[in-house]
Ligand binder design. Structure first.
Ligand code: WTA
Length: 717
């Protein structure tokens, strides 16, 4: 009765569940046996066989290295810096920073004065010192799954040098910004590396983005050149790309002057030796501006295949990447040559554990327009001399991930919870993939539900792989919280512990550091080499990361720390929904989503509330009578939606004791997602409110999902 009375007084009679509350006795019984939540907290040890070969082989090993990295970060990273080529050494302090805007300008510097070139480290160093010239650097597969290309480290060096000479011949100099907008191809990687070779700053934008999205970023980055392609392979056909560039440049108007565009002839590049000769302006289906546009393949023939690297200061910018912000104003995160290089390489080395295994083949399904693609398709793997698999088009199509793991004998796989859920939903219940080559399987981008994690480990990871749930951000440059394979005992849905040199803390709303198990705002207390150095053209936006809690870098995420010191990421603060349980507990949107994902017919789910937020963007009261569930069902289950919804309500009542029913359950054919597979909760809130003032909707990768959602929602209300 106690629970019932409590809720009655809080919520009023009408919200009480039809099926009644569990009796106190039943509830006590439930408390007595380990719930799904408790079981989650029992760590799963990495396989003993794995620990034999990994860089870090035990928790003792991790703990002592971690301690060293925090006690003397300068010395720790100085030792690591010796693994890289520096043309000249650092001048002055190895690391300096200020995280407190009240004291002065916020800044971070690692190894100022040292000079290097990231392409020297991933080409010359691998080829000369590790004798990797004839090993495969890039393994590419086209959208049709038929076209493939393979490029060795030697060949990659030639391509990069030629492309660098081409850029130089066209007047690109160190510090210039170059936009790269094209499908995921070998040339896209070559274009990035060519920029880095000559000291230009590359800025990769998702190849499928709209002209409006591109135009905003051309203006913000002030790029002087664009590297693009005629088409992208898509669904067995071609999708125009250059057309979008021309449209974007028109939108930019006269004040943003792009001097030239180099256009990769994508169609027919499957066989690298027989690239069709392009005919410039006579190519009728590609819009062309003579004197501004050039064919990549033609220009590459005109130049030399030797190009000395430009020696850059460690603190010079290497790249700009735009985060998927919620407003119309793009936020270009700046990463530097030295710190980013060390961090991408070192996190890759430890987290995907490539040290002691030969024939490492890494497959990360991310687009290169996402930081995950930059750090863990391109720079991390190539700096470590492994083979990286590059995929054009949608990784979710027709179980491609599994077939590619098999085809290329992939040893580490890295993807998103969305892709994993999709694999799960489309696989048979008896799926037995036997992907024997895999050793590490990783996830990134959103919290992963326990059931999804378990399926990933058992069905894709064959029960023997280490699962690395890697938490990080565009701004952090590389992983900041992650298990290390072979060392860290795993907990499903937990990003576990900080990477070396990363010092997390959990703060209350008023900025007090908490100790022990707790829930609150996730911040970092000290700098690591890979963290961003600024926001392009907007110093005030960079400062804002340090303003709310002076002295700390604030992630904007909430997290829960348990008794083992493990961190579970609870999502963005503004997406928080609090839902009361019968016994006074408060659940958040992830608890509810994780419960509903256990239903065999649910492929995807998002819980949002439209309750008012405070001036920090955080929702306070949340969810008492104003919360909404969006679900995507397996295709075969859609006919039974109403029955499934009843099941879902029952699951909430029995598993979580949540008896405050959601205002609505919406069945959606798909949820709006960013290019990096993140569900756009702010847009779901707009859908509920039928508010068409969407902000920057060009960040939605599946734009078609939106009108349908609005329509469905209006019909229901
Ligand atoms: C979320 C991604 C839970 C988080 C590399 C973060 C995660 C935002 C995880 C950054 C994870 C990323 N578990 N949440 N393993 N990884 N996130 O900039 O909210 O695209 O702040 O970079 O994704 O997204 P971004």
């Amino acid at each position: 009765q106690k629970a019932e009375d409590k809720l009655k007084s809080q919520l009023g009679e009408e919200h009480l569940p039809k099926q009644g509350f569990p009796s106190e006795e039943e509830y006590e019984q439930k408390q007595g046996c380990p719930s799904e939540q408790d079981q989650e907290d029992l760590p799963i040890s990495p396989s003993a066989e794995m620990s034999l070969t990994t860089h870090v082989s035990s928790m003792d090993d991790y703990n002592s290295t971690y301690r060293r990295s925090i006690e003397d970060p300068g010395e720790f990273w100085r030792e690591i810096s010796e693994e890289f080529h520096w043309e000249t050494g650092p001048k002055g302090k190895f690391v300096e920073h200020n995280f407190d805007p009240n004291v002065g300008d916020v800044f971070v510097r690692w190894m100022p004065g040292a000079t290097t070139n990231i392409t020297y480290n991933l080409l010359e160093k691998n080829i000369r010192e590790k004798c990797l010239g004839s090993s495969t650097a890039l393994q590419w597969q086209g959208d049709d799954d038929v076209e493939t290309r393979e490029v060795t480290y030697d060949h990659l060096k030639t391509l990069v040098c030629r492309a660098a000479n081409m850029l130089k011949a066209k007047g690109i100099r160190r510090g210039d910004r170059v936009m790269i907008y094209m499908p995921q191809t070998i040339e896209q990687v070559v274009a990035m590396l060519a920029c880095a070779r000559v000291g230009a700053v590359h800025c990769v934008v998702y190849g499928g983005a709209t002209a409006e999205y591109l135009a905003d970023r051309v203006k913000d980055s002030k790029c002087t050149a664009i590297i693009t392609a005629d088409f992208a392979g898509k669904d067995g056909g071609r999708q125009p790309v250059k057309t979008e560039v021309d449209r974007a440049l028109k939108l930019c108007g006269r004040e943003h002057f792009v001097r030239f565009c180099v256009v990769v002839r994508r169609v027919g590049v499957g066989d690298q030796d027989t690239w069709p000769k392009a005919t410039g302006s006579q190519e009728s289906s590609v819009p062309w501006c003579d004197g501004r546009d050039y064919w990549w393949q033609e220009e590459m023939e005109r130049v030399d295949d030797e190009c000395e690297p430009e020696w850059m200061d460690a603190e010079d910018p290497l790249l700009i990447l735009y985060t998927s912000g919620s407003t119309g104003s793009p936020k270009g995160v700046i990463h530097t040559v030295g710190g980013y290089m060390m961090y991408a390489a070192t996190t890759f080395k430890y987290v995907f554990d490539c040290g002691n295994v030969t024939n490492k083949v890494h497959f990360c399904t991310a687009d290169l327009g996402w930081v995950t693609g930059q750090s863990y398709v391109v720079y991390g793997p190539l700096l470590n001399g492994v083979t990286t698999v590059l995929l054009e088009g949608d990784p979710l199509k027709a179980n491609r991930i599994v077939s590619m793991v098999r085809r290329y004998s992939v040893t580490s796989l890295y993807t998103t919870p969305t892709a994993i859920r999709h694999m799960k939903a489309t696989s048979g219940s008896e799926a037995n993939y036997k992907l024997d080559t895999l050793r590490v399987v990783g996830t990134v981008g959103e919290p992963i539900a326990t059931s999804t994690w378990r399926w990933y480990r058992s069905t894709i990871g064959g029960d023997h792989c280490s699962v690395v749930d890697t938490y990080w951000q565009t701004e952090t440059g590389g992983h900041v919280m992650t298990p290390l394979p072979g060392a860290t005992p795993m907990k499903p849905g937990s990003a576990t512990l900080p990477f070396f040199g990363v010092e997390p803390a959990v703060l209350t709303d008023d900025g007090t550091e908490m100790v022990g198990p707790c829930e609150g705002h996730l911040v970092f207390k000290s700098p690591w080499p890979g963290m961003m150095r600024g926001i392009n053209g907007k110093p005030e936006k960079f400062t804002s990361y340090f303003q709310q809690f002076p002295g700390y870098y604030y992630t904007g995420d909430r997290c829960r720390r348990d008794g083992d010191g493990y961190y579970r990421i609870l999502g963005r603060r503004e997406d928080r929904v609090s839902i009361p349980g019968a016994m006074g507990q408060v659940f958040n949107q992830l608890d509810v989503e994780a419960t509903l994902l256990q239903h065999p017919d649910v492929e995807d789910v998002a819980v949002v509330t439209t309750d008012p937020t405070d001036d920090t963007g955080e929702c306070h009261s949340g969810g008492y009578d104003n919360w909404y569930i969006f679900v995507t069902l397996r295709q075969t289950a859609c006919l039974h939606a109403q029955t499934i919804f009843t099941n879902l309500r029952e699951m909430l009542a029995t598993s979580l004791h949540v008896f405050t029913p959601p205002s609505h359950i919406h069945c959606a054919s798909e949820l709006p997602r960013t290019w990096s597979d993140k569900v756009l909760r702010r847009l779901l809130r707009k859908v509920v409110l039928n508010d068409l003032d969407l902000g920057d909707f060009h960040v939605v990768a599946n734009l078609k999902s939106l009108p349908k959602l609005f329509r469905q929602c209006r019909d229901m209300q």
